[in-house]
Design a protein around this ligand. Structure first.
Ligand code: UDX
Length: 430
């Protein structure tokens, strides 16, 4: 497993749990040393235990690389980062290609080189070309095996996936990959073998579709506010139609994270380049940006149109619960402009404060718990639906505050009961 980051570590540990012998390699010596000591560098529920158990059992090892360990592997996965390239929205494939170049000289015997990172259509073929050019005599195939892991439930997603997609160009590669995923046959997971390009595109198309679903319900939420409808009733009514489905119809401050924003930008670029503009995807990107603007507007309006010198307490900073990931978190788009307008912000997040501090304006104060956030606040804004904020002692929150405004950007609470408690409650689309 080349790359001991989010995808590489989760996949490596889970393959080891399936019974495979896995070596996770990384270029970062500190990361490798830490992992050997059982220090998992990211927060993902269950990952530390899984890593420790499989390392103790000897199925999971760590090394600086890629180096010699590639020679004994039947399959080599490339699971390095593919950040958005600065400026143009394209995926930055430098790390993928460097990994291919470095692993090629170490190949011994037949090996399948598999791209697991999310990469544009054509990347696996390019990996093939690089390996071939570096080691003309190597006996290998390339394959694409995209991951569909959600942060916060990545291990569950890996162990009980809706499907596994294998983009392959030979029966031999397919057989090795199927063998690796064999434990999933027990739970009858569909394992779909396709061409390489189809597998690569399936990943982008899936993420773009899910992001579109979110942007769609966010626009409907705005329409609900304008018409007096309740978006939860509308989403329930829509979602019961099996063709639509109930999931990913929850309105909020817009989607964020390391995948959706980056992947849909990349898909839109690929489409433009091939002369088949993806207009729905472009609209999804624009709608998501507009949604963040609407959230700022909502907070401003709740504070009578002006946030200058207003004290705003923020609950949750990460892009979603159960992660410390701040990448493209809506909070990073919603809060700084409010600070520029003179708002005084105090915030709490169960896992994300350290990462958030690096990205938020210096004047943002971090608090030990939600009640400290509420102290003296004119408004409390619930930004991320952590479990810790689902069962707040609301009377204590109310009594700690100076004002009565509660802006619930995740619709965690019921408008009626919040008003009964004396809050000036504002949700999304209700
Ligand atoms: C996503 C995909 O789900 C996963 O399959 C892919 O491999 C990587 O990208 P992830 O980024 O971890 O996973 O988060 P996800 O749970 O999908 O949420 C993405 C964003 O959408 C979050 O900001 C979340 O708050 C938001 N969201 C999700 C909504 O606003 N409403 C919803 O109904 C669902």
């Amino acid at each position: 497993m080349v790359g001991a980051g989010y995808v590489g570590l989760v996949s490596g540990a889970c393959f080891a749990e399936f019974g495979a012998e896995v070596t996770c390699v990384d270029v970062d010596p500190d990361r490798v040393a830490g992992l050997r000591d059982g220090a998992v560098p990211i927060y993902e529920p269950g990952l530390e235990d899984l890593v420790r158990r499989n390392a103790d059992d000897g199925r999971l090892r760590f090394a600086i690389g890629p180096g010699a360990e590639v020679g004994t592997a039947d399959l080599v996965f490339i699971a390095v980062g593919t950040p958005a390239r600065r400026g143009d929205g394209h995926a930055d494939l430098r790390h993928v290609y460097q990994a291919a170049k470095k692993l090629a000289p170490n190949l011994r015997g037949y090996t399948v080189v598999v791209t697991k990172s999310t990469v544009p259509v054509g990347t696996a073929r390019e990996v093939h070309r690089i390996v071939r050019d570096t080691r003309p005599e190597a006996d290998f195939d390339v394959a694409s095996n995209p991951e569909f892991l959600r942060e916060g439930s990545a291990i569950e997603d890996f162990m009980r996936p809706d499907r596994v997609v294998l983009g392959v160009e030979s029966a031999r590669a397919e057989a090795l990959l199927r063998e690796l995923y064999r434990p999933l046959n027990l739970i009858e997971t569909p394992i779909l073998a396709t061409g390489i390009e189809s597998a690569e595109l399936t990943k982008y198309a899936s993420n773009a579709f899910l992001a579109t679903k979110i942007s769609f319900i966010n626009e409907i939420a705005a329409l609900c506010e304008a018409t007096g409808a309740d978006v939860h009733a509308v989403a329930r009514g829509m979602g019961l139609d099996g063709r639509i489905g109930r999931k990913f119809l929850h309105p909020g401050p817009g989607f964020g994270g390391s995948c959706f924003p980056k992947d849909i930008a990349a898909l839109s670029r690929i489409a433009v380049e091939r002369n088949v503009p993806a207009r729905i995807v472009e609209a999804t990107i624009a709608a998501n940006a507009a949604q963040r603007g609407r959230m700022r507007e909502k907070i401003r309006n709740a504070l009578d149109g002006d946030v200058e010198d207003k004290r705003i307490g923020v609950l949750g900073l990460t892009f979603k619960p159960e992660t410390d990931d701040m990448r493209e978190a809506p909070s990073l788009h919603v809060l700084p402009p409010l600070v520029d307008e003179g708002a005084r912000i105090r915030a709490h997040d169960p896992q994300g404060m350290e990462a958030a501090a690096a990205h938020l304006p210096e004047t943002v104060r971090f608090c030990a718990d939600p009640y400290e956030v509420a102290e003296g606040a004119d408004a409390v804004v619930l930004m991320t639906e952590w479990n810790a904020y689902r069962g707040l002692d609301l009377e204590r929150v109310r009594d700690a505050m100076d004002g009565r405004v509660f802006v619930d950007l995740r619709n965690v609470y019921e408008p009626g009961s919040m008003r009964t408690l004396g809050f000036r409650y504002v949700g999304v689309g209700r």
